[in-house]
Design a binder for this molecule. Sequence first.
Ligand code: C2E
Ligand code: CA
Ligand code: CA
Length: 710
Amino acid sequence: MNTNIDRYLLAEKAGTEGVWDWDLRSDTLYLSPRFKEFLGLPPGDPSRETNRPNDWLSLVHPEDVDWLHASFEAQMVGLSVPFQIEHRVRRADAAASAGPHWRWLVCRGMAVMDDAGEPIRLVGSVADITDRKHAEQELRRSEERYALAAAGAADGLWDWLIDSGEIYYSPRWKAMLGFEDAEIGGTLDEWFQRVLPGDLDGLRTAINLHLTGERPHLQHEFRIRDKAGQELWMLVRGLAVRNDRGCAVRMAGSMTDITARKKAEQQILFNAVHDGMTGLPNRTLLLDRIGQALDRNRRAGARPFATIIIDLDRFKAINDALGTSAGDRVLRIVAKRLDVTRRVGDTLARLSADEFAVLVDELDDAGAALEAAERMARAISRPVTLEEGRDIVLTASIGVALSQTGYDRAEDMLRDASLAMYRAKTGGRARIDVFDTNLRRQAMAAMRMEADLRAALEQGQLCLHYQPIVLLETGAIAGFEALMRWNHPDRGLVPPAEFIPLAEETGLIAPMGRWALGEAVRQLAAWQARFPRPVPLFMSVNVSTRQFRDDDIVGAVRDLLDAVPIPPSSLKLELTESLLVQDPDECRMLMQSLRDMDVRLSIDDFGTGYSSLAYLHKLPVDVLKIDRSFVRAVSTGEGNAAIVQVIAGLATILRLDCVAEGVETADEAVYLRGQCKYAQGYHFARPALPEVIERLLIAEDAHIALPAPV
Ligand code: C2E
Ligand code: CA
Ligand code: CA
């Protein structure tokens, strides 16, 4: 053994390590002088083994001692590789008052076996690595701090010693909150007490999740008040410094002011669900709220609620007459008034230009919804004074949908409120209507019909019938009116009254009208070629208001005349009076363009519209069609009979041709003969398929008398 000790002493002198040698049979431990010095034990007699294993092991840090034991045991059962373990020891001579002063040692060792393979000794070396350990930790910490600091010079830094609870805030950290360096102390409370109460739990949780290791780092957004009491948004980032067992002992990080970014984000969010002009919630937000109300409503005992749509009547006219900026002002006033009638908790939204909606929650019954709607109607009907000192009076059409109807989806409820609103509008405006399932049935029928109509157009189910228009003088066919029919696969021939209004509403009238125009002109070309007349046969084609406004009617007619060889003057377009009143200037320009191509223009149903006769001479009109109601008055002897004369007289003065429509009897025909040039009606011929018309034309050519000559 002594030779061993000499060798150990020699080895120690050559290096910086201490040596140990544990005799398992005598359970004595040799500690070299340097090891004893590491442990703070008195040097004693270096040549004698005076120590027990416990002199060493009792000084080992409680968290490390098990590891050491485990390493010894592994060696004793024959592990061939020497162990190496870093552990902390307390110096035996340290004053108790100074608290433990832990040194870090790295200990290497292995077992020595006898011939039978039994362990007889454990031998090894130790080195003091305290400085290295501290340097490592310092490095790690400073690296972290450096990285965090580098992340943004504008950021505030903090460094929290978890055990002591001390926290360091950088001057920048304090300045971000408007404080001088000295105004904020070194406690966590200085931070947390300024966090908005609602955000505090979230921040604490985020920190804890990182401390416990569930999150790899801390990154959290929260609101805090600065010295002036202003609310700021902050982003805190941080990393824990852990001891060897992964326990967080320290945490450091940065704090970034993200108020500007948050505001921008919130603005974007706000804009996404609000209307820019009035600042009211938009359709998206309203649907969301209705959805929430529907969810609440599924619970037992929930009170009913309603969705109310308010659509201003004739708002377009206000916009057109007063300009859009006055229109916008009116809308803002209406929004404000509706907002005042709104109860707290109800949502008022703007759905489109002049359409608002209110979600009225927590109602006693359906009657309460109606009362709310009436309140809104009253609020709107108070005169609005515009800056020019002009007063305008607004009305609204209001539709109500009740939760009692039973909805699964917010969209459905809003749609039903719309349907009720439309019914209020078509029922004469300035009304309130409540949705019932009947209305939905009608709307669904209309929807189905719209789909069918679309298909009809594509699949060629539409056809034209032609009704002769005769020269009253001779009874000869002068031309035709093309009248649309729908050859429905199930319903047979559908008259236009049943599908033209829907086609106008949906805009389908534009392609339908285009088709009719082409078809009628091609038919006319064929008949003109086959049945030449001194004055060529003409064709009247109906053009609906919507088609005239929305479709490029001038272009369509020009293309058609280029492609089909008819004299343009033999094409007559029938327009209604309502078209002429709506947008006179625009209308006149279009009419003039058509007239420039020598196409003729006819006013249909003349006398039924609101228009004054005064505009007539300003428009390029060629024909007046006297409405059937005036013609009928001739035979019923009503006072209206004189109107035919007045219109006919007017036509003469303005040098317009005149067509009497719906002539059903010989008496009517006789009466009209001296006044109108043309007539059209069942008395002469019903609208019919081209084959039937052709037979009439052939008969005429053969001088066979028409069925009912005058
Ligand atoms: P409208 O332009 O006033 O057409 C005249 C209507 O009176 C036609 O009805 C015609 O069949 C009917 N009629 C003709 N003679 C008599 C008569 O002696 N007695 C009676 N009671 N009625 C007579 P129809 O074909 O049902 O068309 C109805 C309306 O549908 C048309 O009224 C027109 O406004 C519209 N329409 C028809 N075809 C088209 C089209 O191609 N485009 C557009 N936009 N509208 C069309
Ligand atoms: Ca017509
Ligand atoms: Ca007519």
